[in-house]
Ligand binder design. Structure first.
Ligand code: ATP
Ligand code: MG
Length: 251
């Protein structure tokens, strides 16, 4: 069996009296796409913040390529090859699209100077179909373009593990198809991907495995269709969503 790329053991993140992430253990193999689902407030974004060191674990261990990263600072974790997109897209509004992507490369230590970072960033803009917008101020982009900018920024960090926090939220069906195409191409380039997603069609179309959080706890994990048929998962989360999917609904 291949060694896991990332391994979480009993990971907990408390905010005061609230355990936003509560004893979560799972692994991801290199090259996998894993869907992370669960109701609002389940702890999905917090788990990403914990893995990236923004809100460090208050208990438990996170290993990346066998190395304990639990207490490392965000920039050190980024340098090892862990990147994420933000659920609330937050580009530097007055900087150009190109400069925003270059900033991602600088943060992760992937370029020695801004000029070198911008040269590399052009490649990420081509990959995500944003090259024509390179010189535009980020503030002028549409939501779909800003979501893509998030992807380009995270790619500039040259991740081994990429965590996508609702990159499809608010997009229309054709924009979602385009985003899925980009995600599949990122996966094909060898990047391991954790996808946080509320759209079940999207989760099913790209995940090789699904992990379900509820009140911070992992309540199910495994092959996508089996997980979505799990009674505890339906009760905690899916209910009407899954019924809608079976009936061909959109959610
Ligand atoms: N910085 C913080 N300080 C205090 N509480 C927080 C903080 N971040 C998150 N929480 C709380 O932790 C819990 C989990 O929130 P989180 O944002 O991780 O959920 P989520 O699964 O990403 O939800 P959604 O699907 O709505 O994005 C919530 O109760 C939230 O209010
Ligand atoms: Mg969230």
């Amino acid at each position: 069996m291949t060694a896991p790329l990332i391994e979480l053991q009993g990971v907990e993140r408390r905010f005061g009296g609230l355990k936003a992430v509560d004893g979560v253990s799972f692994t991801m193999a290199p090259g996998e796409i894993v869907g992370l689902i669960g109701p609002n407030g389940a702890g999905k974004t917090t788990l990403i913040n914990t893995i990236t060191g923004v809100h460090p674990a208050t208990a438990g261990t996170i290993r990346f390529e066998g190395r304990d990263i639990t207490r490392l600072k965000p920039h050190a974790i980024a340098r090892l090859g862990v990147a994420r997109t933000f659920q609330i897209v937050q580009p530097f509004p007055e900087m150009t699209v190109l400069e925003n992507v270059a900033a991602g490369a600088l943060f992760a230590g992937r370029a020695p100077t801004m000029a070198a970072a911008e040269a590399a960033a052009l490649g990420q803009l081509e990959f995500t179909g944003l090259a024509a917008l390179a010189g535009k101020r980020a503030a002028t982009l549409t939501l779909a373009q800003r979501k893509r900018l998030e992807l380009a920024k995270s790619l500039a960090m040259r991740p081994r593990l990429l965590m996508l926090d609702e990159v499809n939220a608010g997009l229309n069906p054709s924009e979602i198809d385009e985003a899925l195409d980009i995600i599949k191409r990122i996966s094909a380039s060898g990047v391991t991907i954790l996808v946080v997603e509320h759209l079940m069609k999207v989760v099913l179309s790209i995940s090789q495995r699904i992990v379900v959080l509820h009140h911070g706890q992992l309540i199910a994990e495994g092959e996508p269709r089996a997980v979505l048929a799990d009674k505890a998962v339906i009760e905690a989360y899916l209910g009407t969503r899954y019924a809608g999917l079976i009936a061909g609904g959109a959610t």
